[in-house]
Design a protein around this ligand. Structure first.
Ligand code: ADP
Ligand code: MG
Length: 226
């Protein structure tokens, strides 16, 4: 059985214009990411981590090169096709969790599936609760609002929301930057578990602490892999 290539990046560069200046945010990136891998993109602030993550998740287009997602070249995709791809195959986790304040934890997890007519609301609630439990968030927290949760708990809700669509890939930009070291370890351990269950997890982080969880490390310096 061969292991599936999930993302292939070929000769990718991204430049931004800042006034009359051209910023080479990432240059000549080549890589292949596989199913069930936990990948860490590491490097100092400004080294191009977020840019590379946004290119791979289709949030941004490269200036040069191609990006294949599940074997398809997405660099030429229309905005609509990119949105569809993200909706069906991709989950996002954010530095400040980005939960909706006036929804409970479990309602936040249900959000990505709301417009889905295939799944009834009772079934959806069951599914959301199961995912929260898998992430070690006990039932008494499911009805809490984001401000009633600790940072570590809130980020687990953020992860649950990313998981609810069973994505092929989860992208996380600095997911532990607002967490203490215990919570950082806990979140990384859970992301590792998720990758072991088949999802590719790609984490951008300037912190060296999380390297030990990586199956593969992409080190960036001034936008280049080194
Ligand atoms: P990191 O996530 O590693 O901190 P970024 O990918 O955010 O790095 O940024 C890489 C480089 O590209 C930096 O020099 C940054 O200032 C520049 N950059 C990022 N986004 C933009 C943008 N939208 N416009 C202009 N320059 C940008
Ligand atoms: Mg960044």
């Amino acid at each position: 059985m061969s292991i599936e290539v999930i993302i292939e990046v070929k000769d990718v560069s991204k430049t931004y214009k800042r006034g009359s200046e051209t910023v080479n945010a990432v240059s000549d990136i080549n890589l292949k990411l596989y199913e069930a891998e936990l990948v860490v993109i590491n490097g100092e602030s400004g080294s191009g981590k977020s840019t590379l993550l946004n290119l791979m998740s289709g949030l941004d287009n490269p200036t040069k090169g191609t990006i294949k997602f599940l074997g398809e070249d997405v660099t030429s995709y229309s905005e609509k096709k990119l949105t569809d791809l993200r909706r069906h195959y991709v989950g996002f986790i954010f530095q400040s969790w980005e939960l909706i304040d006036n929804l409970t934890a479990v309602e936040n997890v249900e959000i990505p599936l709301y417009p889905d007519k295939e799944i009834g609301s009772a079934e959806l609630r069951t599914k959301a609760r199961e995912i929260l439990r898998r992430l070690e968030l006990m039932d008494q927290h499911h009805r809490k609002y984001p401000h009633e949760l600790s940072g570590g708990q809130a980020q687990r809700v953020g992860i649950a929301r990313a998981l609810v669509k069973s994505p092929k890939v989860i992208f996380a930009d600095e997911p532990t930057a607002n967490l203490d070291s215990d919570n950082t370890e806990n979140i990384m351990r859970l992301l590792k578990l998720i990758s072991r269950q088949g999802t590719t997890v790609i984490v951008a982080s300037h912190s060296d602490r999380i390297m030990e969880y990586a199956d593969k490390t992409i080190h960036l310096q001034d936008g280049r892999m080194s």
